[in-house]
Unconditional design. Sequence first.
Length: 471
Amino acid sequence: MTTTSRATTTPNLDSAIVQKLQESLRGDVVQPGHSEYDSARTIYNAMIDKRPAVIVRCAGVSDVIHAVNFARENDLILSIKGGGHNVSGSSLCDGGIVIDLSQMKSVRVDPKRQTARVEGGATWRDMDHATHAFGLATPAGIIGTTGVAGLTLGGGFGHLSRHYGLSCDNLLSADVVTADGRLVTASKDENPDLFWALRGGGGNFGVVTSFEFQLHPVDTVYGGPIFYPIEETEKLLRFYRDYMRQAPDEMSAFFSFHQGPPAPFIPEHLHFVPMVAIVTCYSGALEDGEEAIRPLRAAATPAVDLAGPIPYPALNGMFDDLFSPGLYHYWKADFVPELKDEAIAVHTEYGPQIPSLHSTMHLYPQTGAIQRVGKDESAYSYRDMEYVHNVVAVDMEEANMPRNMTWMREYWDALHPHSAAGTYVNFMMEDEGQDRVKATYRDNYDRLTQIKKTWDPDNLFKSNQNIRPKA
Ligand SMILES: Cc1cc2nc3c(=O)[nH]c(=O)nc-3n(C[C@H](O)[C@H](O)[C@H](O)COP(=O)(O)OP(=O)(O)OC[C@H]3O[C@@H](n4cnc5c(N)ncnc54)[C@H](O)[C@@H]3O)c2cc1C
């Protein structure tokens, strides 16, 4: 099995130099031997076991500047940890320096302008909590513990994206510490090339210390999962495809396979039983939600129907306990131009075979407001897709991963011929290769390499799905 455990050697960093770094910081430095070293190098995906030489737990922008300068001057590999959720493990590095932003989590909401300023280590749970007090939100991912930073920089979609676009479409500006240790602001008026690249180009261009987002009136929504018997898979997928093609933008629903979680709201006879789950969110007028979801309820008889009025942050945190940190993950995803009958046949074959409580397949809609931004208006190129499918092998026990990964690989191999060449950058694993990165950015790749050359000519920021500086 592939794990990301690598060499454990660390470069000979002169302790006096590290001491000097520590003295320049308000945050702290954690190195091997420190009592918190192991917890500081533990991230969401338990498959990742990397041993950085230095972890800088930054307390603010000036710490980030010192850490970037330190990495460059000492020729160290550098990685950036926002929420630490990326399953590829790119937020950590072996033998280098980690810029850990997990202590920079503040969110400041401006209710008048309906904007929020969020620090680079905040999670969507932090963000949702702060904005919900004002009946506001911006498109996020579907798990509250995911970092705002990594998700937004790679694009970012979730329950609100058909209505309000990708997370990166709602970015108004970003403060960025660049490879040469400067702090710059990127927006449509200031450093517009950098702003273009940040919206989908990942962590390639600098350390984003804060993001400014546009918010929208989102308070209590009508949504939640509806579970159906697995035997209804094919019928439901065909229905779901047609339903989503005519659904208003306010309606989001992703299709998935899950074993019934052993939770009090699931009848005991359905625990660990494979089911279809369609996870709904209607973010228009609350009184219209029931009617919008009615066709899904009528498409087949639900086994468990949990959809109803729910505060948006509660919907966004509903799966946090199921997908808690410390599970073993390996994912494979693709963009899907249109959901073809052939792909429905593949889902119908493999979906019912989900091998664990946590392994799953999610089919996320990419339509509505996402498609109203042009392919070249930001780095995020795949604006003409109907879905992203993501087949994930997840288990509590490492020993069970081979079984989960066999299912995942066979499933993905069968789906891939019905998909686009590129994939969603935030669902990529470390070993997918440079051609896959290029395929993901399509016609935007060349412009990204030029912008990379301007802002990071020596590729200091390369622990990511890397965009290489133009030669
Ligand atoms: C359980 C789970 C659910 C998910 N659900 C969704 C979903 O619904 N929608 C969706 O779009 N994605 C989803 N994702 C994927 C998610 O978008 C990525 O994992 C994303 O990278 C997480 O951001 P992070 O800040 O936690 O990442 P980290 O692991 O901290 O960082 C990943 C990379 O992002 C870059 N980065 C992070 N912070 C910064 C920063 N401040 N400045 C510059 N670069 C930075 C770096 O290159 C870093 O290597 C999910 C992931 C998980 C594990």
